[in-house]
Design a protein. Structure first.
Length: 393
């Protein structure tokens, strides 16, 4: 019942610093420690001094990167920055002298421009290997990456989604590999792009697009859900709207099919909880105060199709065994099956101990008193079998 943020990764090397929309981003991550990702480099334009892509050191002279990063660039205008976690404090900078793009890469064909999207950059002077700079361990030829494996994503650039906050610092995030069927369902629906065998898809386990009765739209696409609490305010998750301009978001209400919108409203202001934070401590993902409010430019008109939810009272306890309704648009099965229609499912609240054991053991997600867990005792259904719901703080 949710849309999860997907990262597209090259089968040959992680596409550091570039996403499906060709914008460098590492969302929901944490700052890297010096030497933690010694193979990470940044590609910078020596004229504008701006970082535009990432790459991975594979030996003392070569960096692997994405073909789309260098296809249109004058290779002699590129500098490779290595050994730093902050681009404002360069450690070792090398001029590029040669670039190679995969011979079957086709940037003119939209569906195919992410296929064979790999390139090499040769530097003029060799990298001096140390604690801060060393090559990546490349996979063996035809090595298979199992679904469910953990992948480390790293890079400089945008760290909030969509189109949000940028940084000069190196961020890393642990993602989980998902199967090709699920990945294809998402990308074909969102951008009409095919996923190839040469690519890997992963999700971030905390980037769940909230429990929803309304649809949040960005650029005409559904990206999150929310709940109407009165005629001018929508309740949603902070990670959905953190770093987004209110003018870029609209709210669709009163429909069970996003292809047939009933009423669309522009957002005037976004209020993210001041203590919202996503951190990783000792490998455990901790999400705090993941809640936000949207103020609409014009009030909603309540009817049989549009009305507010009954909010719980302050400090109200939700007893284990209670029945809850989970609703939303998006993915309706672990294999994919994306839908624009509104789905609902009844689940049962489980105790915090069971929830903590499941999430902290299997997904490395910390469960606190701010969360509610729900699942069906017999059938795996709901928001990914065990629902990860946020309380109103």
């Amino acid at each position: 019942m949710m849309i999860q943020l997907l990262c597209l990764i090259s089968m040959v090397a992680i596409d550091y610093g570039a996403s499906i929309k060709l914008t460098p981003r590492v969302v929901g991550g944490r700052l890297a420690e010096p030497g933690e990702v010694p193979y990470q480099v940044a590609l910078q334009n020596i004229v504008t001094k701006e970082q535009f892509c990432g790459g991975v050191i594979i030996n003392e002279y070569y960096v692997v990167t994405s073909a789309h990063c260098i296809f249109w660039e004058d290779i002699l205008d590129i500098a490779v920055s290595a050994g730093t976690t902050d681009l404002r404090k360069p450690h070792s900078v090398h001029l590029a002298v040669l670039g190679h793009v995969h011979e079957q890469y086709d940037p003119e064909h939209f569906n195919g421009r992410f296929n064979y999207d790999i390139g090499l950059v040769k530097v003029q002077t060799p990298f001096v290997f140390s604690f801060l700079i060393s090559p990546a361990n490349l996979p063996k030829q035809d090595e298979f990456v199992e679904t469910g494996s953990t992948a480390l994503i790293s890079g400089f650039g945008v760290i909030t989604y969509p189109a949000g906050k940028t940084t000069n610092q190196l961020y890393i995030v642990d993602n989980i590999i998902v199967n090709q069927t699920y990945c294809n369902e998402i990308y074909i629906d969102l951008i009409d792009a095919e996923i190839y065998d040469s690519q890997i898809c992963s999700i971030h386990p905390t980037e769940e697009k909230g429990i929803c009765f309304i649809s949040l739209q960005y650029g005409g696409e559904h990206f999150c859900g929310g709940v109407i609490i009165n005629k001018v305010y929508i309740l949603t998750a902070a990670h959905c709207v953190y770093g987004i301009n209110s003018s870029d978001v609209s709210v669709i209400v009163g429909t069970t099919d996003l292809r047939k919108p009933h009423s669309e409203h522009l957002v005037q202001s976004i209020y993210v909880h001041e203590e919202f934070n996503i951190t990783i401590i000792n490998g455990l993902i901790i999400v705090s105060a993941d809640i936000a409010l949207l103020k609409l430019q014009s009030p909603l008109k309540f009817s049989c199709l549009v009305s507010s939810v009954n909010l719980p009272e302050q400090n109200q306890t939700v007893e284990a065994g209670s029945t809850v309704v989970v609703s939303g648009y998006g993915v309706t099965s672990p294999e994919g099956n994306f839908t624009t229609q509104l789905y609902v499912v009844k689940n049962i609240i489980t105790n915090e101990t069971y929830c903590r054991e499941t999430y902290e053991k299997d997904l490395n997600i910390s469960i606190t008193h701010q969360h509610i867990c729900a699942n069906h005792p017999v059938i795996q259904k709901g928001a990914c079998a065990v629902s990860y719901l946020r309380k109103s703080l």
